[in-house]
Design a binder for this molecule. Structure first.
Ligand code: AHR
Length: 513
């Protein structure tokens, strides 16, 4: 054992000295992983917003779009292919004005409401609790329900949990049976309020912490349905929120959320999804990399109240947010998705993996037709975005063991600003296969990476890659495969040295066996 360790240290020293002039240098300790990458890091978020639920998933049983009990088959199949691990619903801001009882029972009798946050459109509640949980069963994914704290009551939330999860005789369980579902569902993840510092009630953290304790008390476990209660966490860098909520309610929660969006300009003019110059591209990547600092700083606060890391950090909303596509409803948040979004997704997912001791879930906003969507639909047609293909490549990390890495990256420069050109993450799966995901954010230059694999003997390498001619290339109904996955041939092995040449603006996944 001792001699193996000595050999590894000598190999590392040798590697450091021979590759001193190399550019990007990566060391992967392939036999040293301890931390599991929770598959929930590859999760998604879908809100009653624009064409996400209606048109995106729900077309109704009478639709000419092929569907199963009203839910589109093409969307379900595409999401199954990326092994979607969880789905957060019904919001977002919508969650804090949603009254779940309006969305059960015969559809023709359901109450209508105004979706005040998102375009002021009429919500007819035809997609409610049963439809959402049917969608999750069709997807084979874990549901995550966000309960109404802003305009709902404790009674309403606690009855929802009873309706969904209680197996015995009770008014709510009987109502569920009357509505056609005998067996309770298993729903582990429940959010207690969304953005309670903003659209969810404009609360101060002291007030929210008390309210959270109150609601969490009545979020009951029925039978073996053990609830994972997720408290509303900070807006980006609001560290005081995390401090106050952890101090006053940390013991009552299993998870604490964090919301952070990549907005290239500012909230009044966020920038176009497709029409941007290199300076704006650079700023987008720079702002994406800020996610690492945010997680690190919020984690340090959480560590003081929860050194055992019992409370998970739940990044339940992340992604790019641009101006809506010209001519579309400003309240519907419909945006295109380019190779830039793929780079943003790859970097964020690598960051989440690297914090998998604390980050237990992350949900991209939002799955279909809203913000950084993985799927765009147009009536019966469907397009898979560059972001979709990143989730497709990265699914290999789900529930794998994170491998420790040490990495020195080249810089990508814009004027006097510089950021790391390359982002990387590595894991080992249950079959012993090693997967490395790499992003080259530099839109102009390829990146050569010298990699030392310590503690692994590899015989075979294969790879897949996403890249594009231009950083603002995207997929559309007319050109659905402009940005799509291809075989990657830029990796070669010599002993334990792995050389990789990443094309400019690319996301690559390598498999080592
Ligand atoms: O994802 C869109 C909105 O962004 C959500 O409704 C809200 O939680 C956040 O501000």
């Amino acid at each position: 054992m001792k001699s193996k360790k000595t050999f590894q240290i000598l190999t590392l020293l040798l590697f450091c000295s021979v590759s001193i002039s190399a550019q990007n240098r990566l060391i992967i300790e392939a036999d040293q992983g301890k931390q599991t990458i929770n598959r929930q890091i590859y999760g998604h978020f879908s809100e009653h917003l624009g064409r996400c639920i209606y048109g995106g998933y729900w077309v109704g049983e009478e639709s000419s779009v092929p569907n199963t009990r009203g839910i589109r088959n093409d969307v379900v199949n595409a999401l199954k292919d990326i092994r979607i691990p969880n789905l957060r619903w019904p919001g977002g801001c919508f969650a804090d004005e949603y009254h779940w009882m309006d969305g059960i029972g015969p559809r023709e009798n359901r109450a209508k409401m105004i979706n005040t946050h998102w375009g002021g459109v009429v919500e007819d509640n035809s997609f409610g609790t049963h439809e959402f949980l049917d969608l999750c069963e069709q997807l084979g994914t874990e549901p995550y329900i966000s309960a109404n704290v802003g305009s709902g009551t404790v009674e309403e939330m606690s009855k929802w949990i009873e309706y969904v999860t209680f197996d015995g005789e009770s008014p709510m369980a009987n109502l569920r049976r009357q509505n056609g579902r005998d067996e309770p569902w298993k729903v582990k993840y429940w959010g207690i309020g969304n953005e309670s510092w903003g659209c969810g009630g404009n609360m101060r953290p002291e007030y929210y912490a008390d309210l959270y304790r109150h609601y969490a008390t009545y979020a009951r476990n029925y039978g073996d349905n053990q609830i994972y209660r997720i408290a509303c966490g900070a807006n980006g860098g609001d560290y005081n929120w995390t401090e106050t909520v952890m101090q006053n309610a940390g013991r009552q929660m299993q998870g604490l959320s964090l919301h952070y969006y990549t907005v290239p300009r500012d909230w009044s003019d966020k920038g176009s999804a497709t029409n941007f110059d290199e300076k704006e591209y650079f700023t987008t990547i720079e702002k994406t990399l800020f996610m690492d600092e945010l997680i690190t700083k919020h984690s340090l606060i959480m560590d003081r109240y929860d050194p055992q890391k019992r409370v998970g950090m739940i990044i339940d909303e992340w992604g790019t947010w641009y101006n809506v596509e010209p001519g579309t409803n400003p309240g519907f948040l419909y945006q295109q998705n380019t190779m830039r979004d793929a780079v943003v997704a790859g970097i964020n997912l690598n960051i989440f993996n690297s914090h998998s001791d604390r980050v237990q879930m992350a949900n991209l906003a939002q799955t279909v037709n809203v913000l950084q969507a993985v799927i765009l639909t147009d009536e019966e047609k469907m397009v898979l975005t560059p972001t979709y293909w990143v989730f497709y490549l990265y699914k290999v990390h789900q529930d794998a063991t994170l491998l420790p890495i040490s990495f020195t990256s080249n810089q990508y420069r814009q004027g006097d600003r510089a950021i790391d050109a390359v982002s990387v993450s590595a894991s080992k799966d249950a079959d012993g296969k090693i997967h490395i995901t790499l992003v080259n954010a530099d839109p102009n230059n390829e990146q050569r990476i010298s990699t030392q694999l310590v503690g692994a003997s590899v015989k075979n390498i294969s790879g897949q890659m996403l890249t594009a001619d231009k950083i603002n290339d995207y997929n559309s109904i007319d050109q659905p495969s402009k940005v799509s996955v291809k075989e990657f041939k830029g990796a070669s092995l010599s002993g334990s040295n792995l050389s990789v040449v990443l094309p400019s603006k690319s996301v690559v996944m390598l498999e080592l066996k």
